[in-house]
Design a protein around this ligand. Sequence first.
Ligand code: TTP
Ligand code: MG
Length: 374
Amino acid sequence: MKERIILHYDMDAFYASVEARDNHTLKGKPMVVGGSIITTASYEARKFGVRSAMPVMEARKLCPNLIVVPVSMGKYLEVSQKIKNLVIRLTEKVEFIASDEGYVDISEVIKKYPSKEYFAKRFQRGIYKNTGLTCSVGIGYNKLSAKIASDAKKPGGYHIFNNSKEFIDYISGKNIKIIPGVGKKFQELLAEKNIFLVRDVYGFSLYELISFFGKSRGEFLYFSSLGEDNRRVDYKKKIHSIGNENTFKFPLESEIEIKRELESIFYKTHERLLKKGLLCKTLTLKIRFENRKTITRSKTLENLVDSKEILLNTLESLNESVDYNMRVKLLGVSLGTLAQKSVRQLSFSERGLFRKKNNLDLLKEKIKKIEGNN
Ligand code: TTP
Ligand code: MG
């Protein structure tokens, strides 16, 4: 596998930090967010032993001056979305794993920056400037090392593991629960084999670990303790266009043949558009003639559509504008300017309409028309 550079970010005391940001009287105080159970505690409250998932009653015994703030989930989700929008501006290779954390494959984008340290600080500053919140950042050579790195200097710090040696030096003396995925139950089983620290795993072979804990857990433990993790950052690839083309062994001569082939290519492409639940706004026709000269003809529609009829009509009118004075070696159709069906952007004229609140009938008419188009 190619060498990778992965970043993991995790907001500090997320819900509590949002509350303290919005109410200055809470700043620097022991505070929790929750109803009867605590969702999270400020770092000041953590000094008293107050933790997530603890009943508030119990926490009050540990910290009599504890301030309890009710949960405002809508607000945290809004902030979470804002953070996601910021992160995705860096690169599309982002996997958000919770409302306040995510992995970013920065193998490519990091090349534009002088160093990993510089990138980590820039990342933190960007989040802080735009949200008023701090996060911890880890940069590693895979997901596991990045995740553990982001925890190493919490809150507000960053840590970097350049390779597995640096990683092993750091974790070997730590409690085995530092490995994400090693929960309470697994820890009990590990204790039976006298495995308490990560380095205790090194005394066993892969074969032994599998025989103790089963194939998946045995392998997981063996490779994790050595800092090996091949999981990819699972991001949704942005599709820029969908297209199909056909090369003809015997070049096409008649316009009827060309039209028939174009339609069959179009149907294939259109089917892919529908399958992916996408809409498109541009259609491009590509033609290569016998002498290898290639031309393209494009049309941008007024709205995003997936209607077979509209697109086929567009293709036909583009095709009619081509001067076929030579035999055709290749035909291609592609659909571009894609958008997911559920998040269709309103056109300018539609946006205007939506502002005119009293013009309901006009609005309904317009929606009907749009639906008809799709
Ligand atoms: P975490 O990232 O686990 O915790 P945190 O951000 O509060 O603190 P830190 O990362 O600095 O250690 O969880 C993110 C949010 O998820 C947290 O603010 C509240 C919510 N949450 C719960 O509602 N219940 C829980 O048991 C946990 C662990 C988190
Ligand atoms: Mg967090």
